[in-house]
Design a protein around this ligand. Sequence first.
Ligand SMILES: *Cc1c(COP(=O)(O)O)cnc(C)c1O
Length: 428
Amino acid sequence: MEKSMAKSTEGFFNQYGGKYVAEVLRRPLDELQEAFHKAMNDESFIKELETIQRDYIGRETPLLYAETATKLLGGAKIYIKLEGLANTGAHKINNAIGQCLLAKRMGKKRIIAETGAGQHGVATAAACAKLGLDCTVYMGEVDVRRQQPNVAAMEMYGAKVHAVTSGSRTLKDAVNEAMRDWAANPDTTHYVLGSALGPAPFPDMVREFQSVIGKEVKKQAAERNIDIEALIACVGGGSNSIGFFAPFIDEKSPRLIGVEAGGIGPGVGENASRMTGNASRDGIMQGYKSRFLLDDDGQALPTRSISAGLDYCGIGPQLAALGKTGRIEFTSASDKEALEAVKFFAKNEGVLFALESAHAGAEAIKLAPKLPKDKAIIINMSGRGDKDIFITCPVFRPAKWKQFLISELERLNEAKDIHDANLMNDEK
Ligand SMILES: *Cc1c(COP(=O)(O)O)cnc(C)c1O
């Protein structure tokens, strides 16, 4: 029998994965692994998880037939899994709720998380608010400044946002700081890692909590006799893609296609293509072995993408392994193609894709015309695009957007009543 690639063997997916951490983190990781396996085999935990998925997240999410898009492209039928309809606007809540529920069961009262653009921080803060847990989110100081709407949302949910001032003051420094906190407070604290990467058991755990996406798709497709040729998902760290693909990994079909950020070109620093790019190599960083964008000294290279969520120098170990075996095909979409896909699906389907998810949409636009009409492609719309207005508006309507920002600033400066009436002013 062929070896299953649907989960790790002792934390490894062929040559990738593992648990490359300081001694102090071994025990918390081992305890987490044991608690996770126990919980997943406990009916009461599964029942609790399913109830909150239904009532709070809003599952199951719909599988939409994109009729107009299909007609316009003239090939395979296009379906869109609307993960963006999940509460908080993206798939990240599936993992955050799962891990927070597990933490509660382990008797932990305090949650920490890292965040880059802020999406995982928002999901974790919301999950903690729902479940009554204390929440601290580590975020690079540079990101705190750039991502104020998400910082505001996290604070609304009651989380403390801790600005990290070490290193490049971005995501990887936030991860280091979260690891340090966890190592110092393992008994009271659980670290909710945000994607299908990091040391074992995180890649397995995040995949399991996200696999609700793939399980629903499998059921929805069977009920409607949809003949799936390909599943397409965008790949940042890899959580929405691996959750979407999970129930299909050990089967021969459908084709599984992962789309990375092609950014503005193939050069170093112009994209975040860990599988398809030419600066990609094997490495060990932040506790796991995988494919990374690294320089000759093993240091992380700068990355670039219009979508903040795809902008990371590493990829989850299971995705890297499945890319090597060929089970997952990797490709990329450029910033421009992603923006065009946002427009295409908004105009023709009334669905506003997040820029990340639009990378998957862009690949579907390329692939559908090459396939027969009786086959289907399913796109995972990992999130909705409301969060992206500060990026899309300056591109699609720069002059009007600039005018809007100027007039908003004037309004804030002039309107004394806003300050006077602001009884909830949190700024010191
Ligand atoms: C964070 C994010 C991603 C990328 O993360 P994965 O772990 O690769 O799924 C994709 N889409 C959206 C909407 C996100 O917020």
